[in-house]
Design a protein around this ligand. Structure first.
Ligand SMILES: C[S@@+](CC[C@H](N)C(=O)[O-])C[C@H]1O[C@@H](n2cnc3c(N)ncnc32)[C@H](O)[C@@H]1O
Length: 267
């Protein structure tokens, strides 16, 4: 099976920001970086008895970490066909591991099919209605007692002015070229509670996706150097990456990465 990066038919001007970063060599595309992913995986405590489902695996970075924990099964549901193929090709071949092309709010998978569900940097890109659909589907797919971990963008503090929220949404959406709608922590918790979940844990990290230290942590030194070279040598991409970084930096006091762990009650 051949694989190419998502968005190959789009030029650097029109490509969604996360696929532009991928084209430039960035593989970790979530706001709290690989460190927050590891924190979240520790909280989810995946064992050999777990059926794990991941919404939006993207390029499969977290999938690889999950598979190293030897769960009973791993299934990724990814709506971008190229990303799904890319991830399938780069994961170990096993009948316990599969990537399904589909959308997280209507997966067509059976109810109660997983014990751990995971999703990073995908709800923030969804409208409120889509968020509700995805979280309802998560609740349907999880077995009673199963856990749901999310890693998303968060507006802080909970009493931040609505005007600030509007400015952040506008700045992110126009620089990333995708509708980005982060919520406040209280609203993320309410979204999950409305679907029936109970909240177990919550944590924050700075939104440092495009800070040099974070890029080295996430991509390794060689990956970070290659990314920097690609950014410097491509004028359009450089302008776009700096526009994204400027938006993140401008709102750094009010924009954080957040993880949340929730459980589907036993009854
Ligand atoms: C910013 S990337 C994050 C990828 C990966 N989770 C990561 O953290 O590196 C967003 C990903 O979400 C996928 N996505 C967005 N909405 C989705 C949905 N409703 N169902 C499945 N995948 C979705 C996109 O195709 C893309 O792969």
């Amino acid at each position: 099976m051949s694989s190419e990066l998502p968005g190959t038919s789009l030029d650097d001007v029109h490509l969604p920001g996360h696929w532009l970063l991928a084209r430039l060599g960035k593989r970790v595309l979530r706001p709290g970086g690989i460190e927050m992913t590891h924190n979240l995986l520790r909280c989810l405590n995946i064992t050999e008895n777990d059926d794990v489902l991941e919404f939006a695996p993207g390029l499969g970075i977290t999938a690889r970490h999950i598979i190293k924990l030897h769960p009973k099964t791993y299934t990724g549901v990814e709506r971008d066909e190229n990303a799904a193929r890319w991830t399938q090709v780069h994961l170990p071949k096993s009948d316990r591991i599969q990537i399904v092309i589909g959308t997280a709010d209507k997966t067509n998978l059976s109810a109660n099919c997983c014990s751990v569900l995971f999703g990073e940097a995908m709800l923030s890109m969804s409208s409120q209605k889509q968020k509700e659909g995805i979280v309802d589907e998560a609740f349907r797919l999880l077995k009673p007692g199963g856990v749901y971990g999310i890693h998303e963008l968060c507006i802080v503090p909970d009493n931040a002015a609505e005007e600030m929220e509007t400015k952040i949404v506008k700045a992110l959406s126009s620089s990333i070229h995708v509708g980005v709608r982060p919520l406040k922590a209280a609203d993320w918790c309410q979204l999950l509670k409305n679907a029936g979940f109970e909240i177990l844990d919550l944590g924050y990290a700075p939104m440092n996706l495009l800070q040099p230290i974070r890029i080295i942590q996430d991509e390794g030194l060689i990956g970070a150097i290659n990314f920097a070279k690609n950014v410097i040598s491509n004028t359009i991409a450089r302008k776009r990456v700096f526009a994204m970084k400027t938006a993140f930096d401008r709102y750094k006091e009010n924009l954080k990465a957040m993880y949340l762990v929730a459980r589907k009650p036993n009854s």
